[in-house]
Write a protein that binds this ligand. Structure first.
Ligand code: TYM
Length: 370
């Protein structure tokens, strides 16, 4: 998994990711045009994140669709490690999960791994990760999920339900498997060593196959789960992976909740968003306006353009116009940034309202151990 050019693990992403190489390294499948068309046909709708290959890779998506066409439903599962406030990169798999849920009419489980972030972050206390679990849950609920078919699992709250499944999984994974996949050493705490079995547990909550929309960095956990599944008499989880939203500083790192300046949180104020974009967003423009007008900019490396493409401008025509205008030099970096700032702030204004409303709804979403 580790190579000199880029690194992708559940706890560390570094360097400019070559997604075709990553598919080979992880042993996943690229989402072909044919598969994309098939999803579109069965869903009866298209999603810009599929069309633009923001979701670019999968494991066993065809199997999920084969069964669905035979009338056998799946369920959805995804999650969050509550190490801080939610950032806009986290929303990618959740927005797509909501779309899948609406189109396929299936149940959804959302796991908040307060234990994981306590194990993996030296500076965080368990009370803090648990507090963030509740805060992150608000962002998830704000995306429009309904409590009738969506449940939120918090590891330290719902351990009674999770533990028997985690125990089945844990017995089938040995220390050398975990070391090979995550590069753990003798210094790694044993919470981390056991942890994959807890992230695996929700895959087996229902007696149906599961589909997991997620960032590709989380794939290694489920590679282990998929090896274990048949050995405990369960179906292998299917996955659909999104690319990583880059940090504001651009190619060479993902947006990360612990890098405050180069991350847009869902709780940021309009002023903070404006300041961060203007100050930190990596530009594909020329050093000065005159050169920019003459030579044009490079939208393919420009972070503001990337954010519009990945999340904030679903309209293909509008996006293409921005691309063309920036590339020709008609649009300068300041103008491009202004478009992004407005889009993010419009989105956050609405999201923050829904997020506050979610405080009253959260109890209905929480999984209750029986
Ligand atoms: P976490 O909290 O690191 O991330 C939550 C989800 O967001 C994705 N993600 C990103 N996607 C795009 N751009 C980024 N910059 C970016 N950063 C993070 C992650 O891939 C993930 O899908 N251990 C997990 C929590 C978890 C989980 C799961 C995730 C528990 N069960 C099942 C996915 C599926 C974690 O710490 O995620």
């Amino acid at each position: 998994m580790v190579s000199d050019d880029f690194i992708v693990t559940p706890w560390h992403v570094q360097g400019e990711i070559d997604y075709d190489k990553l598919i080979k390294r992880f042993g996943t499948q690229k989402i072909s045009d044919q598969l994309s068309e098939r999803i579109k046909k069965i869903a009866g709708d298209d999603h810009f994140m599929l069309r633009r290959q923001i979701f670019f890779s999968h494991r066993d998506m065809n199997k999920i669709l084969d069964e669905y066409e035979k009338g056998n439903k799946f369920f959805l599962y995804t999650g969050r490690g509550p190490s801080g406030h939610t950032h806009i990169g986290h929303l990618i798999p959740w927005v797509f999960a909501k779309w899948l849920q609406d189109k396929f009419d299936v149940n959804m489980y959302f796991q908040l791994t307060d234990d994981e972030k306590f194990f993996s972050k030296q500076n965080l206390k368990l009370e803090e990760t648990k507090k963030f679990a509740f805060e992150n849950a608000l962002d998830f609920i704000a995306l429009g999920f309904k409590s009738k078919n969506t449940k939120i699992i918090i590891d330290t709250e719902n351990i009674q339900m999770l533990y028997p499944i985690a125990a089945e999984v844990a017995k089938k994974i040995n220390f050398s498997n975990i070391k090979a996949v995550f590069g753990f050493t003798n210094d790694t705490n044993i919470g981390m060593i056991f942890y994959t079995s807890l992230q695996s547990a929700p895959c087996f909550i229902e007696e149906k196959p599961v589909l997991i929309p997620l960032g590709v960095d989380q794939d290694p956990h489920f590679r282990l789960t998929r090896d274990v599944a048949p050995r405990i008499g369960k179906p292998k989880p299917a996955l659909i992976h999104n690319i990583m939203m880059p940090s504001l500083e651009g190619p060479g790192g993902k947006m990360s909740a612990s890098e405050e300046n180069t991350t847009i949180y869902t709780t940021d104020t309009p002023e903070v968003v404006k300041k961060k974009i203007n100050k930190y967003a990596f530009s594909g423009g020329q050093p000065d306006v005159a050169q920019h007008r003459k030579l044009g900019g490079n939208p393919d490396i420009d972070v503001s353009y990337q954010y519009l493409k990945i999340f904030f401008e679903p309209d293909d025509m509008a996006l293409k116009k921005i691309y063309d205008d920036y590339k020709s030099g008609k649009m300068i970096t300041g103008e491009l940034k202004a478009i992004l700032i407005e889009k993010i702030n419009d989105f956050l204004k609405d999201h923050q309202k829904k997020r506050e409303k979610a405080r009253e709804q959260i109890d209905k979403f929480l999984f209750k151990d029986s």
